[in-house]
Design a protein around this ligand. Structure first.
Ligand SMILES: Cc1cc2nc3c(=O)[nH]c(=O)nc-3n(C[C@H](O)[C@H](O)[C@H](O)COP(=O)(O)OP(=O)(O)OC[C@H]3O[C@@H](n4cnc5c(N)ncnc54)[C@H](O)[C@@H]3O)c2cc1C
Length: 419
């Protein structure tokens, strides 16, 4: 049956926009109409001199995926803050002491471990790529209902507009309505933590290093911004995060300096302050007939390892790869939305994401435990991991997105698909 679109992506955040652009850039999908439905699409580029509060540590793999359709090279170098080192330590230890781990790009074949980028600025670059502009119909609107039947999917927006599609990709974030409408359940865990987020100036240079110290209520990270400042993500009790938003600047600056053990000297607040509640959500299934989940709609993870959007970009690339394989193996747009095809994507990404979620959750619990035995074990463990080269290399590879079962586009030389 004829449909308005081959693929409709719901939610044009970073992962949905990337998925739509990858679909538009995929040669096997030539002439397949792609649409992206987004409730609040960006209408103008972010102002050049204001660094948005929401930034992400992007892995090497994410940069490769984004580069495959021109979004990474479109992001100006002055907005990409490379980090070459990462120092992680326990509250009871010291940055380079025995209870710490030091990851360095010098121990890898890459020039850096990743980059800190602004979410909105990157999103604007994705929207601006040729693949996106020429190949994606961006529809401003909010999904209200979804009917998935044997012949097609029918989507209705809150203003009454209706569209039909062969396949619907749910990328509408942690509170995904499309996931709910498709009847997919989630497992959910409240962390009883919130992330306090702001940007600061520091007396000492960050030296392109991501600094992270594990405190009893959660980790504090100073992430190096391209303009020399640092972005703070401090995971702590919700009431403490709220107090950090409200309290006087002088008090918060003193708290931040003490929390990071003074490694960057005097700290000065230099942006708005927000508190974001944290939950872990994992969809029990990633697909049904004609419907598939990517990004935070499939899995919402604790920010301590800076992995959420990186896992989402891997979902996007893996999904497009599976669908393209089906078409090049003789399948059609009528068959690529069958559950047996979508299950290939689900098996691949759910197992990788389950591993990542378990690891991140485990770290949060281990470091959150104040008990004497757990605290001694983790201090000992950090030191051991720092000395154990193969294990350290494994963890670094996972963080950079260069190990694991990777989609072709996340590999070093997949061949450019830029049009
Ligand atoms: C404090 C903090 C720090 C983080 N740091 C990092 C980091 O360093 N590295 C990293 O990889 N990840 C990080 N993350 C995680 C990362 O921000 C998320 O994983 C990522 O933004 C998810 O992107 P998404 O596109 O899947 O979802 P979202 O960004 O939530 O986008 C969903 C989109 O769907 C739209 N939408 C929702 N409902 C509808 C509807 N009914 N109809 C139409 N549109 C709809 C919304 O408007 C939105 O644009 C961090 C998270 C937090 C909280």
């Amino acid at each position: 049956m004829r449909t308005d679109f081959g693929i409709v992506v719901i939610g044009g955040g970073l992962v949905g926009a990337c998925t739509a652009a990858l679909a538009a850039a995929e040669p096997a999908f030539a002439n397949l109409p792609v649409a992206l439905i987004e409730a609040n699409p960006l209408r103008a580029p972010p102002p050049p001199d204001v660094v948005d509060l929401r930034v992400s540590a992007l892995s090497v793999a994410s940069a490769r995926i984004l580069d495959s359709f021109g979004a990474w090279s479109a992001l100006d170098a002055r907005y990409k803050g490379p980090y070459c080192d990462m120092v992680v330590w326990d509250a009871a230890g010291k940055p380079y002491g025995t209870a710490s781990i030091h990851f360095s790009a010098s121990g890898s074949s890459e020039p850096n471990l990743g980059h800190i980028v602004e979410n909105k600025r990157l999103l604007w670059c994705i929207y601006g790529t040729r693949a996106f502009r020429d190949g994606v119909s961006l529809l401003e609107g909010e999904l209200a209902s979804l009917d998935l039947d044997e012949e097609r999917a029918e989507l209705t927006l809150t203003d009454g507009r209706k569209y039909t599609a062969q396949l619907v990709v749910g990328s509408d974030g942690a509170q995904s309505l499309s996931r709910k409408l498709a009847g997919i359940e989630v497992s959910c865990q409240d962390y009883d933590q919130a992330a306090f987020v702001t940007h600061v100036k520091t007396a000492l240079p960050h030296r392109q290093t991501a600094w992270q110290r594990f405190l009893p209520d959660g980790p504090i990270a100073f992430l190096p911004l391209a303009d020399g400042r640092s972005s703070i993500v401090w995971t702590t009790k919700p009431e403490h995060a709220q107090a950090l938003v409200r309290d006087s600047a002088a008090r918060v600056e003193a708290e931040l300096e003490a929390a990071i053990d003074g490694v960057l000297g005097k700290v000065t607040l230099d942006a708005d302050r927000v508190s974001i509640p944290l939950r872990m959500i994992h969809a029990r299934r990633y697909c049904t007939e004609r419907f598939v989940l990517v990004g935070d709609a499939a899995h919402t993870v604790h920010p301590l390892a800076g992995q959420g959007v990186n896992l989402g970009f891997l979902d996007s690339a893996a999904l497009i790869e599976v669908l393209a394989e089906e078409l090049t193996a003789g399948g059609t747009v009528e068959t690529f939305c069958e559950r047996r095809v979508l299950r290939r994507y689900e098996r691949w990404r759910k197992s990788e994401n389950t591993l990542a979620l378990a690891f991140i959750d485990g770290l949060n619990r281990l470091f959150g435990s104040g008990s004497g035995v757990a605290a001694s074990a983790r201090r000992w463990g950090l030191g051991v991991v720092d000395q154990a080269t193969p294990l350290k290399r494994f963890l670094m590879g996972r963080a950079m997105g260069t190990t694991g079962e990777l989609p072709r586009l996340a590999l070093a030389h997949p061949g450019s698909r830029q049009r």
